[in-house]
Design a protein around this ligand. Structure first.
Ligand code: VGL
Ligand code: ZN
Length: 184
């Protein structure tokens, strides 16, 4: 359980392009906003650090369809699509983590190439409460890395949605088997 004060809230890629109207809209993403905002309020009450990762690609990123990649153009640096969703009440003090910034390499996990692990270690953080988008892509990769790195992970099912909604239950079960605590 995530109860101690060496905890942080990790919000994965809650950005316009992954929400309704975005280029890679995750079905049901709007439904997570009240859950996310409640978690932010809770974290502030408990004085947990709040960390928000963002997919932050250069133009012509290797993951884009026109370069032979699997995804439509999304989350291009400094565009509207890359901005955090306006319904998310992200405090100014939240720590921003940008990933996927290299031209020729994609990064799904918030730990990949960001030194997030070093930041968390320096702060003595051992427990992570995780939610965000998308469950079957960047949330999964982030939780898998966090577990491998030895963090306790609590994943809020109501605070996440999958690109492929049919996969959601399988992914949650997988992550549970890998050691995450999934709150359904
Ligand atoms: C993501 C697809 C491509 C995500 C990022 O944040 O889940 N999905 N890039
Ligand atoms: Zn991406």
């Amino acid at each position: 359980m995530v109860t101690s004060n060496n905890s942080a809230l990790l919000l994965v890629d809650i950005q316009n392009d992954f929400c309704t109207g975005g280029s890679l809209a995750v079905p049901g993403s709007g439904e997570i906003m009240p859950v996310v905002n409640a978690a932010i309020t809770d974290a502030q009450d408990k004085r947990w650090p709040i960390i928000a990762s963002r997919d932050w690609h250069p133009v012509d990123h290797c993951s884009f369809n026109h370069r032979g990649g699997p995804w439509p153009v999304h989350c291009v640096q400094d565009t509207h699509g890359a901005a955090f969703h306006p319904e998310m009440d992200l405090p100014a003090t939240a720590i921003r983590v940008s990933k996927g910034t290299a031209f020729e390499t994609d990064a799904y996990s918030a730990f990949d190439g960001t030194q997030l692990e070093q930041f968390l270690s320096r702060r003595g953080i051992k427990h992570l409460q995780v939610m965000g988008l998308a469950l079957d892509v960047c949330v999964r990769a982030t939780v898998q890395d966090a577990l491998k790195l030895g963090f306790d992970v609590e994943l809020l099912a109501a605070g996440t949605r999958a690109v492929d909604a049919d996969q959601a239950d399988d992914v949650l079960n997988q992550l549970e088997e890998a050691g995450a605590t999934v709150l359904r």
